[in-house]
Design a protein around this ligand. Structure first.
Ligand code: UD1
Ligand code: CA
Length: 498
């Protein structure tokens, strides 16, 4: 065998995970924007197996649906009421072709930091050595409740003894009493020869401290039949660590993030404060981008080159193109164009598409809005269900009134048009290319090219009002002084302006 592609990977994910204390099955809890099972499937796929099976039981439908959504090529295998990792593995095998031969990898749905590369190495080592079983092991200071690896004088693995069974031997004081002190533990991740695995599982019983069918018993059976069992000791302990409770979930999530952030720094991204930067597993970032403190890049977010992001910015499923700047912003399912600027304090909701060199400024909320190249929405605006042409300018405080209480309607602002400050655009409405809206207008009807629409109350100045209605106030005194020394006529009212 030269290709080192395993015949199958079986992912065990039937357990309940009671210590999570959750209505969500353990393997569906997430770190780095992906479920624990999603991480396991991702690693499994990187080993390029011919077949991939996931064994389910607890919350079977939810887990199966999740598998189908993430990896439609994976086979879902149901575990029956017989308990234990051995039975789980057997159910996985039963869901695969009966004539399956070659290497079968077994992994766990709750070990999210295991990499595809480690599975490839495991497969290569296993196939090169000719062993019937190769188990990934790790050396821990505290072996806790893990299964202990028992080796012979040649270093081959003789057996794996479960913690509870090792405790029983210590209590009995028999010749296996020392096993509980072994620091090398079983990660629960293995490469098996398919035929050996199938035959041995048929023999595994439930006569042990937990009354379960242990996958680990396959090792003793293989040894009894004169087969070789090897250990593949990994240095990187995080890769073998499983999630049992929410404390471990957070610890593994943090470590995964540390690895992801380090990866992007090595790819040429400046991360000012790795400790306050969170980057999901599927995010991509271009070179010379600077990520400032307090930034979260989540989901399927993609960031181009030479971008500045943060501080204090959360982007979910958002595309940021080269040279853009996104400061103190929350965005979801948005596109931010090349050299565009966003923030500070901007809220981009789904369907926001900002063109090249466009601007969304402070205290602006956008939703389902296409804002053209070079167009600007700089201050204090709600812009929902809109198309804004290139080079248009939306004045401070403009509201796109898109909702009439029943339905949402669209607003169009044409190319290089100018909407004055504090306007309300009552949708559906269209402002043509090259048009103006006077500040403070409420626009309900179409504005044609080259027109200005003025839709507001006219200004009316009433002489002497302050003296009559606010006598004796400081305002009245100021008016009196100003009137006494006036050389110039009063400012013309707006409609008299040229
Ligand atoms: C298992 C190993 C132990 C190893 C440890 C590593 C056995 C008997 N023991 O112990 O040597 O050190 O993993 O974490 O294999 N599962 C099923 N169906 C079941 C039981 C478990 O699919 O009936 C799945 C779980 O969803 C989980 C994995 O198998 O993903 C491990 O199960 P768990 O019960 O945690 O095994 P441990 O007792 O920790
Ligand atoms: Ca476990």
């Amino acid at each position: 065998m030269t290709s080192h592609h395993p015949a199958a990977v079986i992912v065990l994910a039937a357990g309940e995970g009671t210590r999570m204390k959750s209505t969500t099955p353990k393997v569906l809890h997430r770190i780095g924007g992906r479920s624990l099972l999603g991480h396991a499937l991702h690693a499994a796929r990187q080993a390029s197996p011919e077949h991939l099976a996931v064994v389910v039981r607890h919350e079977r439908d939810r887990v199966a649906e999740h598998v189908a959504a993430l990896d439609p090529g994976a086979v879902v295998a149901d575990q029956d009421e017989v308990k234990g990792t051995g039975r789980a593995c057997e159910c996985g095998l039963d869901a695969l072709p009966a004539d399956l031969e070659g290497t079968v990898l077994v992994t766990m749905g709750d070990v999210p930091l295991l990499t595809g590369r480690t599975l490839v190495e495991l497969t290569e080592r296993h196939e090169a050595s000719g062993a019937a079983v190769t188990v990934i092991t790790a050396e821990l200071d505290d072996a806790k409740s893990y299964g202990r690896v028992v080796r012979d004088e040649r270093g081959d693995v003789v057996a794996i003894m479960e913690h509870k069974d090792a405790l029983a031997h210590r209590a009995a004081g028999d010749d296996l009493a020392h096993v509980v002190d072994v620091r090398e533990i079983n990660s629960g991740i293995y490469a098996f020869d398919a035929a050996v695995l199938r035959a041995a599982l048929g023999e595994v019983g439930t006569d042990n401290a937990q009354g379960e069918k242990y996958l680990t018993d396959v090792i003793g059976i293989a040894r009894r039949d004169g087969r070789t069992v090897r250990a593949h000791l990994v240095e990187d302990l995080w890769q073998t660590e499983g999630v049992n409770d929410r404390v471990q979930l957070a610890a593994l999530g943090k470590e995964l993030n540390r690895r992801t952030v380090e990866h992007w720094m090595r790819e040429g991204v400046t991360v000012v404060d790795p400790d306050t930067t969170w980057i999901d597993a599927e995010v991509t970032i271009g070179r010379d981008t600077v990520v400032r403190p307090g930034t979260q890049l989540l989901g399927a977010t993609t960031v181009g080159e030479g971008v500045v992001i943060g501080p204090d910015t959360t982007l979910t499923d958002t595309e940021v193109r080269d040279g853009a700047s996104v400061v103190r912003t929350q965005a979801e399912a948005a596109v931010i164009g090349e050299r565009a600027t966003v923030g500070p304090f901007s809220y981009l909701r789904p369907g926001t598409v900002l063109g090249a060199a466009g601007k969304i400024g402070g205290f602006v909320e956008t939703k389902n809005a296409r804002i053209g190249d070079g167009a600007k929405v700089p201050h204090l605006t709600y812009c929902g269900d809109a198309t804004i042409g290139e080079g248009a300018n939306i004045g401070a405080g403009t509201i796109f009134a898109n909702y009439d209480g029943v339905a949402k309607h669209h607003t169009t602002v044409g190319r290089h048009s100018f909407v004055g400050s504090d306007s309300v655009l009552v949708a559906p409405v269209e402002i043509a290319d090259g048009a103006y809206v006077a500040a403070g207008s409420t626009i309900e009807g179409r504005v044609g090219p080259g027109q200005i629409a003025v839709a507001r109350g006219r200004q009316r100045n009433v002489d002497g009002w302050v003296a009559r209605r606010r006598p004796g106030t400081r305002t009245a005194a100021a008016a009196e002084e100003a009137l006494a020394q006036r050389h110039t006529p009063p400012t013309p009212s707006p409609e008299e302006r040229p």
